[in-house]
Design a protein around this ligand. Sequence first.
Ligand SMILES: [Mg+2]
Length: 208
Amino acid sequence: MHSTRLIEQIQGSLKEVVKYADELRDLDQALGDGDLGITITLGAGAVIDALGELPEGATPSEIARTCAKAFANANPSTMAALVAGGLLAGSKVWKDVEDVDIAAAARFVRAAGDNIAQRGKTQLGDKTIVDAIMPAADALDIGQDATSGLDAAIAAAEKAVVDTRSLRSRRGRAAWLQERSIGLQDPGATAMWRFLEAWRKASVPAHS
Ligand SMILES: [Mg+2]
């Protein structure tokens, strides 16, 4: 996927992902402060606009950096800062990438997940977005092509989201709930899963 298509794909995905804003708000209301819906909505709008202003010939790395800046500046939330840091880390592994294929996508997602885990002092199983990001990166890596890789990543993220329900939240405001967090689905992991689904919905014509 070259730059022009990449920009369209990101913009299309973000227009889809905001349709999940109410679901994310509700999950975050039960486990956090309820700002995740607005974080996603404002962030998506800011990224769509910023990408629309990029000069022609922007590289995938520059595109990812633009997404990071716009997403961070749209919101003061911790989640926005962590996601933006993840996108910046991803932009670095794309330094020499011109055509984003499934392997490049896997490297990006893994770098983003590693960065979020490090900055958020979070491990797999802490019931955060990282729980969905890392299995998605692994699934992308073993995908034969973009379509099968994305399908596998969505399935892996969905499984991770379902698995968060039985876990106790160990990071952020959700951790204050202690054992009362058990049984509730993690909003951050859900956001990652929904983003991957949105990416598939915006992928034409592979999934038409
Ligand atoms: Mg929140």
